[in-house]
Design a protein around this ligand. Structure first.
Ligand SMILES: *Cc1c(COP(=O)(O)O)cnc(C)c1O
Length: 480
């Protein structure tokens, strides 16, 4: 028997010689069905890769003799199926973060999903059906956005970072933009305001201090090269204690006194007052405009509950300049996103039913009572499946909104808390393999590890039956 060290061909015989030839494989029944399913080119690529694996294993001494035709065909089948699976997989987000950037932020409303499918083919994207001539892609969103925010005009791009880049590049190229030092934000995933400003071609003028910025700081910063005043919502943190910032109204007064526009990056930017839904107050886009902002930008996939997009609303003359910037062409939305965004915005015309119809709002407003009842229905199945491997407890927990929306606020929620048994020393390994087993499910379950337990926050679990079916597949063999 060859060992890992013995790299020479085994004495006298060459096991590699026994590797089936591709021509031989192509006559196999399973391989023929793979050819029919996956096509000739793809199947050949995978067969050759499988043969190469076999050869490498023989050379390394990890195999005594070559795989037979049936083994190679079956390995190729598994590999082909993996390659054919969509890279984006639906997961259960039980992390407790509703708008989880790494898990795709806002879940879309069924109306938005249907609109995306309907827009997949030929549509009147830039075509005026009444006139039979060219139309504008922004025409599908502008009426809705102005209606819902009270703005004169509106446009939309890929995300809020793109919105800010476009605004600054249009209005402040080679000019100065004063920003409070308390608002020089970094949002997770490489959005840093100073860097965006540099790329937009404008010069950042830092104003005030980290904790306190006053109106006079802005007054002193304004000069002949100033293009606009920028206010940025401190989405993902709060400066607390001895603080001062310049309210929008005061900032607008200063700017307008110098003939300059005020731009507000609202981050999440909700279209409705969240207080009636039992959620903390968040500045609305309408209120921000009413306070004197000339332009407001906000994300589509945060509190708004739509797909990824950056919305810009405000003064018509400024919006038209933005639309004429060649960068707008590079940052424009595709038809599928426009369809979903419009369908989501249409839901806001009926605020009374919004909490039922908009998944983001529905998830954010679920009561601990509802979640506790859900936990009680799910716990027996989990206990049955996990047996001695982990204790299953129902415990209160705190969810968060996520994506820098309402950063300090926590929402009372309920979790299934899975605590593996065993000694303290290997507790960490056990909880990690438990979390891994949940992530390895056909539809992965993503929770979070806290104090040696796997915490499954149920706030975002809406498909109860699908979850139970998934649990039945949990691979517990490796957990003991
Ligand atoms: C989230 C956020 C951004 C970035 O928005 P994206 O849509 O993720 O590009 C910019 N500014 C603020 C204040 C934010 O909260």
């Amino acid at each position: 028997m060859s060992t890992g060290r013995d790299r020479s061909p085994a004495s006298g015989r060459s096991p590699a010689a026994a590797i089936p030839a591709v021509e031989r494989l192509l006559r196999d029944r399973l391989v023929k069905s793979l050819l029919a399913r996956h096509g000739r080119a793809e199947t050949l690529v995978v067969l050759r890769a499988t043969l190469a694996d076999c050869r490498a294993a023989l050379v390394a001494g990890r195999l005594d003799r070559a795989w037979d035709v049936a083994t190679i065909a079956d390995r190729a089948r598994v590999r082909l199926e993996t390659r054919a699976a969509p890279p984006l997989r639906a997961v259960f987000n039980l992390t407790g973060t509703v708008l989880h950037t790494n898990l795709g932020r806002a879940p879309l409303a069924p109306e938005a999903v249907a609109a995306m499918a309907a827009a997949a083919g030929a549509v009147n994207l830039e075509y005026d059906l009444a006139a039979g001539e060219r139309g504008e892609r922004d025409d599908h969103l502008e009426p809705l956005l102005t209606e819902l925010t009270g703005a004169e005009a509106a446009t939309a791009v890929n995300n809020n970072a793109a919105a800010l880049l476009l605004i600054l590049n249009t209005l402040a190229l080679r000019r100065e933009v004063p920003v409070s030092r308390g608002e020089l934000i970094e949002i997770g995933g490489a959005f840093r305001l100073p860097e965006i400003m540099a790329r937009a071609g404008c010069r950042l003028v830092e104003v005030g201090t980290t904790n306190r910025t006053h109106a006079r700081d802005f007054e002193q910063a304004i000069g002949p090269r100033t293009a606009l005043l920028l206010k940025v919502h401190t989405s993902n943190y709060q400066v607390q204690g001895f603080t001062a910032s310049v309210p929008e109204q005061a900032l607008a007064e200063i700017a307008h006194g110098h003939g300059l526009p005020v731009v507000v990056d609202l981050g999440s930017g909700s279209l409705l007052d969240m207080a009636p839904f039992g959620l903390p107050r968040e500045p609305t886009v309408r209120a921000t405009l009413a306070h004197g902002a000339d332009l407001v930008s906000f994300s589509g996939d945060k509190l708004l509950g739509a797909p990824q997009a950056g919305l810009i609303v405000g003064r018509r003359d400024l919006i038209r300049r933005i639309q004429r910037n060649p960068l707008k062409r590079a940052l424009r939305l595709d038809k599928v996103t426009i369809a979903a965004l419009a369908a989501t915005l249409q839901l806001y015309r009926d605020p009374d039913r919004l909490a039922e119809r908009l998944p983001t709002l529905r998830l954010l407003t679920r009561s601990p009572r509802e979640l506790k009842a859900l936990a009680q229905r799910l716990a027996p199945a989990l206990r049955l499946r996990l047996g001695e491997l982990a204790a299953v407890a129902i415990e209160p927990c705190l969810s968060q909104v996520g994506s820098g929306s309402l950063p300090i606020e926590r929402l009372a929620s309920v979790a299934l808390v899975l605590r593996p048994g065993g000694t303290k020393r290997d507790a960490r390994r056990r909880v990690e393999s438990l979390a891994h087993a949940f992530r390895a499910l056909p539809r992965p379950v993503v929770g979070r590890i806290k104090d040696g337990a796997l915490v499954l926050d149920l706030r975002c679990l809406t498909e109860e039956d699908a979850f139970l079916a998934e649990i039945a597949d949990l691979e517990t063999g490796t957990l003991a």
